[in-house]
Design a protein around this ligand. Structure first.
Ligand SMILES: [Zn+2]
Length: 342
């Protein structure tokens, strides 16, 4: 079983190497996902190289996440591209400019190429293309994107009609095609630089959920693995059926297309007393056939006030017990049951 955790919010390599990384290794992780935002790309490139090297030194793999890049990928980070290139913004069906780059924007593609170049240069092993999607649907939820001049043009070429204001089936198909096309291109660019690709899709409840046809993503030539983020507590769902359902669908899609399934567990905003649900979610995913489990994020996001679990220590401890159990690692702690190797 592969086990991972996301890491962000610290750009001091000595702190990472001396304090956090040993703890991550002791928790039984096999890889660390490091967020790599536009801010990191501009100001922390060599620093990230140090952080990658430290991760590799203890034998863990490194995944990079285009955190908030272009406003197209998920993440608690701003996009500088949108400041520098106002014409890259998406346009809503209501005419409003929406702060997320249009998937057809050439400036977005240029930025992603620079991002992938840096990711490969600092030595990351793979990329998690994190929840690619559209901008926010406006205060009443009725707005959809993208209806910019580029998209209207492209739509007319595809469907031989001008782009409607309503979300017709053609519009839905077009939007889905935009995201699939962007993901296909991202994965090709990353493969050309020797990076592995995992595409992460959000749950249906998320407004970013722009691709209904998971097979269309899974069968793309340069996709190696498919991930999903069934964040049960965030969406007010019962952990076992909710995670089982998503993991089951993911495994079926991956098996049909020869890809590896990966499930991200909610380890942020978990209410007090519900930390063991993280382990139950993992068990549900493993029971469905998933052998790559990751937690978002390190230490229950205790350092990030907008995301932290009510009891981050309890969440982190639940994650460590679960990962060590999956990997058959004896923690030496007499209160912890001896794991059976799997
Ligand atoms: Zn557009």
């Amino acid at each position: 079983v592969r086990t991972g955790v996301s890491y962000f919010g610290n750009r001091m390599p000595e702190h990472y190497r001396g304090r956090d990384l040993p703890e991550i290794a002791a928790a039984g992780c096999t890889y660390v996902l490091h967020t790599f935002s536009e801010n990191d790309l501009a100001f922390y490139r060599e620093t990230m190289g140090d952080i990658v090297a430290a991760t590799h030194e203890v034998g863990l793999d490194v995944v990079f996440d285009p955190w908030g890049v272009g406003g197209v990928f998920a993440g608690e980070a701003e996009s500088r591209l949108l400041l520098d290139h106002p014409d890259a913004w998406q346009q809503g069906s209501d005419g409003a400019l929406v702060p997320a780059a249009c998937p057809l924007s050439p400036d977005l593609r240029t930025l992603i190429e620079r991002w992938v170049d840096a990711t490969a240069a600092v030595g990351a092993d793979s990329v998690l293309w994190d929840e690619p999607g559209f901008g926010a649907p406006g205060p009443d939820g009725s707005r959809w994107t993208c209806r910019c001049a580029r998209c209207q043009n492209e739509y007319r070429q595809s469907f031989g009609e001008s782009m409607p204001l309503r979300q017709t089936p053609n519009v839905l198909a077009f939007r889905e095609k935009l995201i699939i096309g962007l993901v296909e291109w991202c994965c090709r660019v990353a493969h050309e630089r020797g990076l592995r690709n995992t595409v992460c899709l959000p749950a249906q409840e998320d407004h970013r959920a722009s691709v209904q046809d998971w097979d269309a993503i899974a069968r793309l030539q340069d996709v190696d693995a498919l991930a999903v983020t069934p964040f049960w507590a965030l969406w007010g769902k019962d952990v076992d059926p909710y995670v089982s359902q998503y993991a089951g669908r993911l495994v079926a899609t991956c098996r049909a297309n020869g890809r590896e399934p990966q499930v991200w567990l909610q380890s942020f905003l978990i209410p007090t007393g519900r930390e063991e649900e993280i382990a139950r979610a993992a068990d549900a995913a493993v029971a469905a056939g998933v052998e790559d489990i990751a937690a978002w994020g390190y230490r229950g996001c205790g350092h990030m006030s907008s995301l932290r679990c009510a009891d981050p220590e309890a969440a982190w401890s639940a994650i460590g017990r679960m990962f060590r159990r999956f990997r058959g690692i004896d923690s030496g702690d007499p209160t912890e049951p001896r794991p059976a190797a799997r």
